[in-house]
Design a protein around this ligand. Structure first.
Ligand code: HEC
Ligand code: HEC
Ligand code: HEC
Ligand code: HEC
Ligand code: HEC
Ligand code: HEC
Ligand code: HEC
Ligand code: HEC
Length: 386
């Protein structure tokens, strides 16, 4: 029987070779499809199914996080860079399945409630968030970085990834997310890790009150040269420039209605709770100086600005996708990239302030108009390039 098959193969050597190649391709393809399917959040959700935040709700919390919205998926963080890192994560998945079948629901909850401190090590975060960190991992990783594109991580080459996403190099820049904070200084000087401040970054984010309190564990009682609690302006660069209505190239300066000379107010005139550890004012703060109907003024500022930011975030994704498509078709896109990045930077400026216009609604509006113009022009130009 075997001899017969062997003889058949010999006689039809070309056909046999073709069939073998076909078999390998089909087998490889099916395998890759399985790898893909079992990496999707929908698959993880089978065993991590809850809604909200915290243990068991990892998929839902991810979906509503900045990373989820930016398309950074589970294995971009829970698998290390490189082909070997990817395969190791897939083997870890087999262990998950085995554990699912063998441990009790309580034991599972116990494990998920106490994630290992190195579950996602700092160097892994720096692979995306710094240029030097990216370079180091690329040169230290054993085996190929990628065979085919299995996840976003395979495509992360800095600085181009960072710039495309509008991210800071956190180890080089000292103003990140609009806060004056030198990551490199603090991490190296005090041996802090990402999770000290960004614990639960995806699955259970700390509030910004927690984060400010963490700074104040050191900064409330320090030497003269480090900022103290009342030095709001030093740490809160984004909110300061928004109140001043300055800092964006090409947009006329529009000082806030209440900050500085206009009403001779400072941060703590609105942020009156600071001494009690309550930082965030509310609509009733306005009415301590104004009529009751100024509550509506605040709501009006916040809802209109927020709506426009949401809309422009969607357009941003559209422009980025169109640019990548045009690039892969080898069109000349240099000019459009400049427009896109300009818009991206200005949109970040408004988002970093974080108040949806409460600090300076007119200035925010002027900037967002400019962003919309830049994005629209970028899309028009891409159309004509085709
Ligand atoms: C068949 C059920 C099942 C599926 C599917 C599943 N998990 Fe899990 N997962 C578990 C169980 C059970 C645990 C707790 C026991 C353990 O650590 O393996 C767990 C734990 C984890 C942990 C924490 C590990 C630790 O050491 O603390 C991570 C991270 C994780 N899963 C990520 C994922 C990702 C990402 C996916 C989708 C690609 C996924 N899981 C799909 C059942 C599953
Ligand atoms: C695959 C690359 C990648 C990895 C790995 C990654 N990030 Fe990010 N991160 C991003 C992108 C892209 C954004 C931008 C989201 C946006 O557009 O607002 C982001 C945003 C952030 C932000 C700002 C938004 C927020 O959620 O507060 C923080 C903080 C952050 N990352 C921290 C981390 C930490 C800590 C880790 C490691 C546990 C990590 N990142 C791993 C790509 C990555
Ligand atoms: C001592 C606290 C602290 C530590 C430790 C820390 N961060 Fe941050 N990080 C901050 C603060 C504060 C901000 C600004 C937050 C804001 O204004 O939204 C920030 C912002 C960021 C951002 C957003 C940048 C942007 O462009 O919006 C990223 C990404 C980030 N951190 C990543 C990391 C990573 C990765 C690590 C570990 C290597 C780390 N951080 C360690 C406090 C910390
Ligand atoms: C930006 C990186 C990042 C992404 C993307 C991400 N995680 Fe996590 N995940 C973490 C970090 C960091 C921890 C460690 C605890 C913490 O800081 O929240 C963690 C913890 C976990 C845990 C341990 C239990 C817990 O709740 O802490 C599970 C399970 C998990 N992630 C599953 C997932 C799944 C499933 C996805 C995709 C839907 C995902 N993660 C996407 C960074 C990420
Ligand atoms: C472990 C204690 C500690 C924590 C926590 C800490 N800092 Fe610092 N920070 C210091 C010390 C000490 C200095 C002075 C260092 C120097 O000038 O050499 C400093 C300096 C600074 C400076 C001025 C130096 C510079 O970067 O130009 C800023 C701004 C600052 N910290 C912001 C923050 C913020 C924001 C946080 C919270 C996210 C924070 N720090 C958390 C200890 C800390
Ligand atoms: C040492 C640096 C530092 C100083 C000084 C400082 N802050 Fe903060 N503050 C922070 C950081 C870091 C955060 C968290 C930012 C984030 O995560 O987006 C924060 C958060 C806040 C928030 C948001 C709180 C919330 O619950 O959402 C408000 C409001 C605020 N600060 C107001 C002030 C005011 C007003 C002052 C001056 C009286 C001040 N801060 C001084 C670092 C500082
Ligand atoms: C006219 C009153 C007013 C003044 C003056 C003012 N703020 Fe605010 N600020 C607010 C209100 C209102 C909010 C809350 C908006 C909300 O909850 O959506 C806020 C929110 C914030 C936040 C939180 C932003 C976030 O990301 O959630 C910070 C930080 C902040 N202010 C800092 C400052 C600083 C620094 C100054 C001085 C340069 C300042 N504010 C001056 C009214 C004011
Ligand atoms: C500490 C007192 C104080 C607080 C708190 C305050 N304002 Fe004002 N506001 C002033 C002063 C003073 C002026 C400038 C003088 C003027 O034109 O009435 C002003 C001007 C204004 C103006 C432009 C002139 C007008 O009267 O229409 C608006 C709009 C306004 N404030 C809205 C708000 C809103 C919304 C809040 C809450 C986020 C707020 N203010 C909180 C004192 C305050």
């Amino acid at each position: 029987m075997i001899k017969n098959i062997f003889n058949w193969c010999k006689r039809h050597i070309v056909l046999f070779t073709l069939l073998s190649v076909l078999a390998i391709v089909v087998f490889g393809f099916v395998n890759i499809q399985i790898l893909h399917m079992t990496s999707e959040p929908e698959f993880c959700q089978l065993c991590h199914p809850s809604q909200g935040f915290g243990p068991l709700a990892e998929v839902d919390s991810w979906e509503h996080s900045a990373h989820g919205e930016a398309g950074v998926s589970c294995l971009d963080c829970h698998g290390r860079p490189g082909v070997l890192g990817y395969m190791k994560a897939k083997l870890g998945g087999l262990k998950d399945t085995y554990m699912q079948l063998t441990i009790s629901a309580e034991e599972k909850l116990e494990i998920l409630s106490n994630p290992h401190e190195n579950l996602v090590p700092s160097w892994h975060c720096l692979y995306c968030h710094s240029d030097e960190g990216n370079r180091q991992v690329r040169s230290n990783t054993k085996g190929p970085m990628k065979l085919v594109n299995m996840r976003m991580l395979d495509d992360v080459v800095n600085p181009s990834f960072r710039e495309r996403k509008g991210l800071a190099d956190i180890m080089e820049e000292t103003f990140v997310g609009g806060t004056h904070f030198d990551h490199s200084l603090h991490i190296e000087e005090f041996e802090l890790s990402c999770r000290d401040c960004h614990f639960g970054v995806v699955h259970n984010p700390a509030t910004s009150t927690d984060r400010m309190n963490f700074c104040l564990t050191c900064h409330a009682e320090m030497s003269d040269d480090a900022p103290q609690t009342n030095d709001c302006n030093i740490c809160h660069a984004a909110q300061l420039t928004m109140n001043q209505g300055a800092g964006v190239n090409g947009i006329e300066e529009i000082p806030g209605l209440m900050y500085g000379e206009a009403a001779d107010m400072t941060c703590t005139d609105c942020h009156t709770g600071v001494t009690k550890g309550i930082y965030r004012p509310s609509a009733s703060t306005c009415t301590s100086c104004h009529d009751e109907d100024y509550k509506e003024v605040l709501t009006e500022w916040e809802t209109t600005t927020k709506k426009r930011i949401e809309m422009l975030k969607r357009v941003q994704v559209q422009v980025e996708a169109a640019l990548l498509e045009a690039d892969s078709a080898k069109r000349n896109t240099a000019e459009v990239w400049t427009l896109y990045q300009n818009g991206l930077r200005n949109l970040k400026f408004v988002r970093n302030d974080g108040t949806n216009g409460a600090h300076n609604s007119e200035y925010a509006k002027a900037i967002l108009n400019q962003v919309e113009d830049d994005f629209t022009l970028a899309l028009t130009k891409l159309d004509t390039i085709w």
